[in-house]
Design a protein around this ligand. Structure first.
Ligand SMILES: [Zn+2]
Length: 235
């Protein structure tokens, strides 16, 4: 557990912001974020050939980490984890929270603008608290969807439609649960990462949560109506 004092300007511990070009880094973050919707389209729409979509999605998913994690390590000292803005003299960064990571990875200092320390703390504390339902709500339907795509590619039957509907409904509900974090979480100074934090550094937590909320509504309606029809409760 870190004994460092929080709520102090982080600029003394951060490299000079001039070593990184904010505009270029912001565009690069958007490009790296776009990997995520591409992977989701490959899995959810699984355009033919399905085996090719599955292989491309898995390759992008695994490879993305090797680009997004160095991006996070390079930009983390310079920008707000919440709003994604680069710090300046007028808007200096503060140490918002210390985030423990899994395995041997060292804890990360997450920095934020003064106004965004509180929502960042609340979000990461809430996601840690809900990590088991979130991991099951995302991991289990993802495993079933990938399994159905493998089975279809191997000629072992077609369960892809129901697996896709389950994935959309469960992930839509899970991301809406996570998006309650800024309101329901405790403003803790130390949290443990429930998911790889590098994805949040691509656009900032605030923008990513709004994308999750909007796509989540669409997926809850699409996935939910499939299951209501399957149960005979919807024409
Ligand atoms: Zn901010």
């Amino acid at each position: 557990m870190s004994e460092r004092r929080l709520n102090t300007p982080a600029s003394s511990t951060a490299p000079a912001a001039s070593t990184i070009a904010p505009r270029r880094a912001t565009v690069l973050g958007v490009v790296l974020f776009l990997f995520i919707p591409v992977v989701l389209v490959l899995f959810v729409a699984h355009p033919a050939p399905v085996a090719g979509s599955l292989a491309a999605g898995l390759l992008l998913m695994v490879g993305h980490r090797f680009l997004a994690r160095p991006y996070m390590l390079a930009t983390r000292p310079h920008k707000c984890i919440w709003c994604n803005r680069f710090f300046s003299e007028r808007r200096p960064g503060q140490l918002a929270l210390v985030l423990a990571q899994g395995g041997d990875a060292p804890a990360l200092d997450l920095l934020a603008c003064a106004a965004h320390v509180d929502p960042a703390r609340r979000f990461f504390a809430f996601v840690e608290r809900c990590r088991q339902p979130l991991r099951i709500g995302i991991g289990l339907p993802l495993g079933l969807l990938l399994g159905s795509l493998v089975a279809f590619s191997a000629g072992l039957g077609d369960r892809t439609e129901s697996a896709t509907a389950l994935f959309r409904l469960a992930v839509g509900l899970s991301v809406h649960l996570a998006a309650l974090g800024p309101w329901l979480g405790a403003p803790r100074e130390h949290s443990r990462a429930a998911f790889p934090v590098h994805n949040f550094y691509l656009l900032g937590v605030r923008a990513i949560l709004w994308i999750f909320r909007l796509v989540g509504i669409w997926w809850i309606v699409a996935g939910g109506s499939y299951w209501l029809k399957a149960a005979g409760l919807l024409q």
